[in-house]
Structure formats: C-alpha cells, structure tokens
Design a protein around this ligand. Structure first.
Ligand code: F6P
Length: 541
C-alpha cells in the first residue's frame, strides 16, 4: 500500500513550501500585487449555501494545484465513492460507513427503506410529545426531555439543539446529561418534575459506563418520586444499535429506536440519535437539517476537486499540519448559537483522525489530526486571541460568520460581524516595526516590540446567510467530509476509535480497587497506587 508521504505531490509540496514559507499575505494582497481576478475572487468558493473565503490562507494558485494533485494521488475520490456506496471503509471494525444514507432522499440510496421507516417512527413519536398527546404517568404533558448519552450520543444532538433553539418548541426544554460525575445528572434533575419529564437513553452499544450509570440513576429518580415501575414506559425511550440490551434495561420494546452498526457514533446525529433534535425542532425542520447535509453530500460528490469545499478545507488543513508543522487549529464561530460547535468538532476531528497506524497496519511517519479547539467570538478575543496575534506559534483559524441574526437584537449584529472580519484582517496584516514606531510615537520607543504584530496568520472565513436547520446541516456535513479527505490523505481509518479502549479497561480495574474491601497495592505503579489510596481514605469518611 502506498505510503502517502512518498507520493509525488507530497514531495512537490515540500519543495513549494520552501519557496513560499516566507512570503507575506499582506504583500500578496497589496494594491498592485492583487489584480483582477483578485485573491478574494479566486479563492472564494460556494457550496450548498456555504461561502468559504480561503484567500487569507498562505496559499497561491500553485499551492492549491499541488494540494488537489495530492488529493488525487491519495485517491480521495475513490474513497469518497466507496464510502457513499456502502463499501467496508472501516476495515478494523469490518463496517460500512453510511451516515450519508441517513440524509439521502433518493430511494436508490443504501438502506433507504429501513432509514425511512425509522424516521417515520421518530416523527410520529416526536409529534406526540410536541403536541402534548404523549403524557407522563399522571396524565401531564411532557415539558422536559433529558438526553442521556456521551460522545457521539451527546455532542451532536446537544450542539444542534442549542444552535437551533430559535426554531424549537417553547413548550419543551431539552437537557443533556453525559458525565458519570453525578453532579451532571443531579443538577439537571434538580428542578425537574418527574411527571413531566421524558428520558431518552442514547447509546449505540448500550454498554457505555457513563450512560448506563446515569440511566439507572434516572430510573431510580422516577421511582423514588412516585412513578410506579409499570408506568416507567411513559418516561423512557432508548436509541441504540443493540435493541436487546435496551429491552433488558427495562425500556418497552415499542419505545426503542434503532440505529445501525454502519452509523459511527460521532456521525450519528442524523439517525434516531437525533431524536432530541426532532422533538425540539419538529420533524419538518429535522428534514431541513438532513436536506442541508444532503446538499453538501452532493457538492462533495459532484464539484470538481478544485472547487470542492470539503476537499479544499481538508487539504489546506494538511498544508498547515504537515508542511508548516501547525499543532492545532481553531474554530471560532461568531455565533453564540454555535457555542458548542468546537466541542462537537473535537470528537469529530480528533477521534476520527488522531491515529498512528495506516490502513495497512504500518505506522505513520507524519503528523495526523491537529488539536481542534475553539470558542465563539467575540468571547475568544478577550481570552486567548492575544496568543493568536503575538505568540510565536501559528494557529490556523476557521472563522464562521452568520450574516443575519436569528434573534431580534439586530443592532448587535454589525458589531459582531465587524469583529469577525477585523480579526482575520488584523491576523493577516499584522503591524510592522515602522508602523509600530508611528503608533508608539517619539516618547515611547520602548513600546515598539510590544505593539508589533507578526501578521501572516492564516484564516478561512466560512459564511452562511442565516442560521437555519438547512445551513447547519450543510456546515456539519462540510466538516464530516473534510475529516474523510484528511484521513484518506493520511491513509488512516477515520472511523474506528481503538484509542479509547485501554483507559476504559483500566478504569474498571481502578474502580474495583476504589470500592472493594481490600486492595492489592502492588497491582499498580506507585503513582496510581498512591492516588487510589488517597481517594479510598477520602471516600470512607
Ligand atoms: O468512548 C468513545 C465512544 O465509543 C465514542 O466513539 C462514542 O461516540 C461514545 O463512546 C459513546 O458510545 P455509545 O453511543 O455506544 O454509548
């Protein structure tokens, strides 16, 4: 199997990097150096309602040509088509990867009948809850839903419900509990009335420690507050690819919503895992979310690689990670509604592409997933942007701008957008010594090094006209496909997650040692033994 760092385009990019590493964006943009079509015109692209301005990246036409060549040499198109066709593209788990089938409208799409049937079941249930027809054990309508899940069974639905709050039913509040720290469930339930509360237990495997612990505690909460055991069915539904376990837990068979092993956890919000989304925004808006994602799927499949947003985003990410050596990249949505997008993307990017072994089992000799992090603007500006502007480390940034507000405080919006655009301008331009001297003036020459900005900091600005279910669907699918593109070039499996296993196994051993009567202190290293001893003493008090 090909080692992707030995592909011809990889070497060409290395040589090209040496040529342009010191070139300055401000020079490329300078009047006279940026004739029509300008950089902005050449490097701004559109797909599925998303506009991406790549022009403030450290790229030239030649860079993009070589990056696209690398994508071709790494067979991105072939792997993309294999994924859409339902081939086993996750070989370590022997699975197809078909989250795209969950939003495919064509009846020829894989598993179309099963997907449509499950969606209809979800819609019928969501309508009942939303209309008040579904009642709790005392006949009251449901006003609170509590989604119990973790990782992909939490982050996606939570992010979308939060983002689309402006579209959600005012009769219902959605809560999300994920952490095994009892504080999470305890705090969520503190002000809830069990008579009006519905638990949705979401777990692909239905064996996950955190989820099962929270689900059991929530069941106790219902019964201790008066819900008879035989009425629990009115307050519990389950979502899983393991329906047998859901029924064993005590959830009524008819209240089980199915997902399939060909839907990866972090790609699952489009399935019944998104039941909390559908209950919040309604089946019609859920369809809009799917339609936005499908529009991006079509763009990804059909747009030439040179104008293909997921391909270019992925390849530009590789340019920084593997050639500039960037350790991390930042996502800064200038949208409070997209507050949770960075934490959702952390799982999507790092659980997918934080890998050391190539598909053929050999070890990579190049970097894979960058560290993904982020916060919404403008908050980040008053926290860590200092480092982005003047720290010696270069962090590429995705700015996300929503051009019209989804709330009535419209006069805030120009201020928000102005900050977003000004940050990318400032990061690109920087401030030279000469300019800093002018700002410092003759009285304060000692300030000059402190008020110089290196500039040349790369950013991409993504824009949507409005935050709708459709535009959000397209945005999420854009990042999903970007991950596939990068994973393909790195020649790794973006769809398994063996790296989470060891900690889980050892966690069970340590838990037993924390709670058992006696403990063999020699079993662990001296540090872990001391930690356990200290906690045992505290827990006994
Ligand atoms: O521990 C990681 C992980 O397996 C994720 O991949 C997954 O999204 C999460 O746990 C939850 O898994 P499940 O849906 O099976 O409870």
């Amino acid at each position: 199997m090909t080692l992707n760092s030995s592909l011809p385009a990889w070497s060409s990019l290395q040589a090209h990097y040496e040529q342009i590493r010191d070139a300055r964006l401000r020079d490329w943009f300078a009047a006279g150096n940026d004739p029509a079509p300008t950089r902005a015109e050449r490097f701004t692209l559109e797909g599925a309602g998303i506009t991406a301005d790549f022009s403030k990246n450290r790229i030239t036409d030649e860079t993009l040509k070589l990056l696209v060549q690398l994508a071709r040499e790494a067979h991105v198109e072939k792997r993309r088509d294999a994924m859409f066709a339902g081939e086993i593209v996750n070989p370590t788990e022997g699975r197809a990867v078909l989250h795209t089938a969950l939003r495919a409208s064509a009846s020829s799409a894989p598993f179309h009948k099963e997907v449509a049937a499950e969606k209809a079941k979800m819609a019928a249930f969501a309508d009942q809850v939303r209309s008040g027809a579904w009642t709790g054990y005392t006949g009251k309508r449901i006003r609170h839903i509590v989604n119990i899940g973790i990782g992909g069974s939490d982050l996606g639905p939570k992010m979308v419900v939060h983002a689309l709050k402006h579209l959600s039913s005012p009769e219902l509040d959605a809560h999300f509990v994920s952490n095994v720290d009892g504080a999470d469930l305890y705090r969520a339930l503190q002000h809830l009335d069990p008579e009006e509360t519905l638990a949705i237990v979401v777990s692909k495997t239905f064996t996950t420690l955190e989820t099962m612990t929270n689900a059991r505690s929530m069941r106790d909460w219902f019964t201790q507050r008066g819900c008879p055991e035989n009425q629990l069915a009115k307050h519990f539904v389950g979502v899983s690819a393991n329906p047998t376990e859901v029924v064993k837990f005590g959830i009524a068979k008819e209240n089980v919503f199915e997902m399939w092993d060909w839907v990866g956890g972090r790609y699952s919000l489009w399935s019944a895992v998104g039941l909390s989304i559908m209950i919040s925004i309604g089946p019609k808006q859920f369809d809009e979310l799917l339609a936005g994602a499908e529009a991006m799927d079509t763009h990804f499949r059909e747009a030439p690689l040179e104008r293909n947003l997921p391909v270019l985003m992925g390849m530009i990410g590789i340019w920084y990670r593997n050639f500039f050596g960037s350790q991390s990249y930042l996502v800064a949505p200038y949208s409070e509604a997209l507050h949770l997008l960075p934490s959702y993307l952390q799982q999507l990017e790092m659980e997918s592409n934080g890998k050391q072994a190539r598909l053929d089992g050999t070890f990579v000799d190049y970097a894979t997933s960058a560290i993904t992090w982020g916060e919404p603007g403008t908050n980040g500006q008053h926290a860590f942007f200092q480092m982005l502007h003047q720290g010696p480390t270069i962090v590429p940034i995705d700015f996300i701008a929503v051009l019209t507000p989804e709330h009535p405080l419209t006069d805030h919006h120009p201020k928000l957008l102005a900050n977003c655009f000004a940050q990318s301008e400032a990061l690109m331009l920087g401030r030279t010594e000469e300019e800093a001297k002018k700002v410092a003036g003759p009285d304060k020459p000692q300030l000059v090094p402190h008020i110089m900005f290196p500039g040349n900091r790369p950013t991409t600005t993504l824009m949507v006209d409005a935050l709708t279910a459709r535009s959000l669907g397209a945005l999420i699918a854009l990042y999903e496909h970007k991950v596939l593109v990068q994973g393909t070039v790195w020649n790794i499996n973006s769809f398994d997650q063996w790296g989470v296993e060891l900690g889980k196994i050892l966690g069970k051993v340590v838990e037993a040692d924390l709670t058992s009567e006696t403990v063999d202190t020699k079993k662990h290293d001296s540090s872990t033994s001391a930690l356990i001893a200290r906690a045992r003493a505290a827990l006994k008090k």
